[in-house]
Write a protein that binds this ligand. Structure first.
Ligand code: SF4
Length: 659
């Protein structure tokens, strides 16, 4: 019996914990935390600890499938690749490259993601995107324009050095459990933790010294009022603002209209708490951390207003302070860096960058701005063919009926996945893919740490590594693509300026600090990475939203992960189809605990059980996003600039169904 121990990275959240897989006779039999990993140091949460179960799930797809009428038949891998590539070329000939789109989930490695973008450009398409669009595109946009890089400016290792930590719109005890130890250490060192959330979450209970129980979607008012207070009382960092930022005068003019008194009425947070919050964040060092409550609640403007406060208090570019983004998946940072319809992997879409790409790729990419995944599935367009790599859009995107309608209209839908998920049911071809432990390549954590997943075992049946599938599709289309991720990594390093300073040996050594761009734990100490080297205020105004009903918030629970494709196969417990509402709202609506209720929004309705909870603020409701029915009622309002769906702001009416 042969036993080996293979290092990899957890397939779930953006903490990117190091795992060691014990492999016996070609099968992974045990998983444990990797003590040498620079960040996780042997820690694991329940999701990581049970991660190997889904590898051996009985319902994995192991042979390619082809739709015939309403059924699927198995088809040989080579035949499937041949038919798919012929159809893609035919569609390109008839409608042009603009009619084709390639979208990837955020579990794909950097190498796979980079090649998806290259392959689409070879076909004449800039319609490329990833599920980073629907979680942190607003964060990446706001960070890039404010400080330079669309990622965390401070590493998790700096958390214990902070004096104040703000957590806006995330329950890390549910979503990023291993981070909690770092926050507890900060508390032991005397840090004050402020949580901004409409719900009383487990994170509030465990970590918060102060809970700002905000009305959903009013963050901009809060942040602008706090800014005005700090400016008027002279408690902002004048020296930092004068020497390292631009745009302060315009910012001061905008926030002048926002008072603490009105903030109390609009946000629902008592005035004295708002003032205390303002005083606390003017301490140094403060970490401004946030999650989807901010980005999916208020879009790019909410993140801008938050980052403006960070600049105003001079809390960036210092040890133990700066922006920290809670990225939800193991490679969401990397997917957002590499796969965008309005950017090349080497920067803006323009002729100069296209020429540089042609120097490496051997062909020039198109120059038009492509479509986002949300515009493809939620708005009218001329897309005829879509390839989805590990991206279950039917579950992930809002307004499910509209997504399904678009899927059915496509002339060609290819789903590359390990499971027959809700989206695969509408595919013309399904290609089975290797899972995380069955292939290799690099992924980027929520604090820019790039680490390599080593292959532990072979995929079952005809399932192939995603890079192999991309290479075979490329061969059929006339583009040579290496199957060795090391080769792709080196090409990517030459193309992507952010990754140019990486060393593959450090990436493969899980004990090394291999953060991009140059191993910094704290970015921007001397200079911001904006074109002029300064940080830029981006003042924004609060826009009130009409609320004729309860505001439905969606979010995570610790035992389930995103679309539940993996965790649904790991745990014995199934998620209960439930909506949580406050007791006061329930009384008003005639709803008792356990009643079946109808939840109706502007785009759909579901029938679920009601659970009464004091943890949900009056005027709000809560459903878990891993429930596939949740997106039947979450509507498809998109943030104007970042095109993220505002998942956490759907107005719903809830009525009891009494027998
Ligand atoms: Fe995996 Fe995140 Fe849990 Fe770490 S904290 S084991 S990366 S799910």
């Amino acid at each position: 019996m042969s036993t080996s121990y293979i290092r990899t990275i957890c397939p779930f959240c953006g903490v990117g914990c190091g795992l060691v897989l014990e492999v016996r006779d070609g099968e992974v039999v045990r998983v444990f935390g990797e003590k040498e990993h620079v960040l996780s140091k042997g820690r694991l949460c329940g999701k990581g600890a049970s991660s190997i179960r889904s590898l051996y799930s009985k319902d994995r797809i192991i042979y390619p499938l082809k739709r015939v009428g309403d059924n699927f038949i198995t088809i040989g891998y080579d035949d499937a690749i041949k038919e798919i590539t012929e159809k893609l070329l035919d569609i390109r000939d008839r409608y042009g490259g603009k009619s084709i789109a390639i979208f990837g989930g955020c579990q794909n490695t950097l190498e796979e993601t980079y090649i998806m973008g290259k392959l689409a450009r070879f076909l004449g398409s800039n319609n490329v995107d990833s599920c980073a669009r629907v979680c942190h595109e607003p964060s990446a946009m706001a960070l890039r324009e404010t400080v330079g890089i669309g990622g965390s400016g401070v590493s998790v290792e700096e958390v214990p050095r902070a004096k104040v930590i703000v957590i806006a719109g995330e329950s890390i005890t549910e979503s990023h459990p291993v981070l909690v130890d770092y926050f507890l250490e900060a508390k032991r060192n005397g840090a004050k933790i402020i949580v901004i959330d409409p719900r009383v979450t487990p994170t509030v209970r465990l970590l918060a010294d102060m809970h700002l129980q905000i009305n959903q979607g009013t963050d901009i008012y809060l942040f602008n009022a706090v800014a005005n207070y700090l400016i008027q009382s002279g408690k902002y960092d004048k020296e930092f603002v004068e020497s390292r930022t631009k745009g302060f005068e315009e910012y001061r003019e905008v926030v002048r209209d926002y008072s603490i008194e009105d903030a109390e009425k609009i946000t629902g947070i008592p005035k004295d708490e708002i003032v205390r919050f303002a005083e606390l964040i003017s301490t140094k060092p403060t970490i401004f951390s946030w999650g989807l409550g901010l980005s999916e609640g208020g879009g790019v403007n909410a993140v801008r207003a938050y980052l403006d406060l960070m600049l105003l208090t001079g809390n960036v570019g210092i040890d133990g302070g700066g922006p920290l983004v809670f990225r939800g998946q193991s490679n969401v940072q990397g997917s957002g860096d590499l796969l965008k319809p309005n950017r090349f992997p080497n920067g803006d879409i323009n002729e100069e960058n296209a020429r540089k790409l042609a120097g490496v790729w051997g062909f020039e990419p198109p120059l038009y701005k492509g479509l986002t995944v949300t515009d493809t599935f939620l708005r009218d367009n001329d897309i005829k063919a879509v390839i989805l790599f590990n991206f279950n859009v039917t579950h992930s995107l809002p307004n499910r009926d509209r997504v399904i309608k678009k899927l059915k209209e496509l002339e060609l839908l290819v789903v590359v996945d390990a499971f027959m998920n809700e989206t695969a049911r509408y595919a013309h071809y399904v290609l089975p893919t290797a899972m995380w432990a069955e292939e290799e390549g690099s992924v980027v954590s929520l604090d820019r740490l790039i680490k390599w997943r080593f292959r532990a075992v072979n995929p079952p049946g005809d399932a192939k590594p995603t890079l192999q599938i991309l290479s075979d599709l490329g061969a059929g289309l006339g583009l040579k693509i290496p199957t060795d991720p090391r080769e792709v990594f080196e090409e990517m390093r030459r193309v992507v300026p952010l990754y140019g300073g990486l060393d593959i040996k450090e990436v493969m050594d899980h004990s090394a600090n291999s953060r991009f761009p140059n191993r910094e734990l704290v970015l921007y100490k001397d200079r911001f990475l904006t074109p002029d080297g300064f940080a830029h205020f981006r003042p924004v105004r609060y826009v009130d939203r009409v609320r004729n009903g309860l505001v439905l918030i969606t979010g995570r629970v610790v035992t389930h992960f995103n679309t539940d494709t993996l965790t649904g196969r790991q745990w014995l417990s199934k998620l209960e189809e439930v909506v949580y509402i406050n007791e006061e709202d329930a009384r008003r609506l005639g709803i008792r605990d356990g009643d079946m209720v109808k939840v109706v929004s502007g785009c759909g309705e579901v029938i679920v059980r009601a659970r009464l909870s004091r943890d949900v603020k009056v005027g709000h409701a809560f459903m878990v996003n891993s429930l596939s029915i949740t997106n039947n009622v979450v509507c498809d309002e998109l943030d104007e600039e970042s095109r993220i769906p505002l998942y956490k702001s759907t107005v719903v009416n809830i009525t009891p169904i009494h027998p």
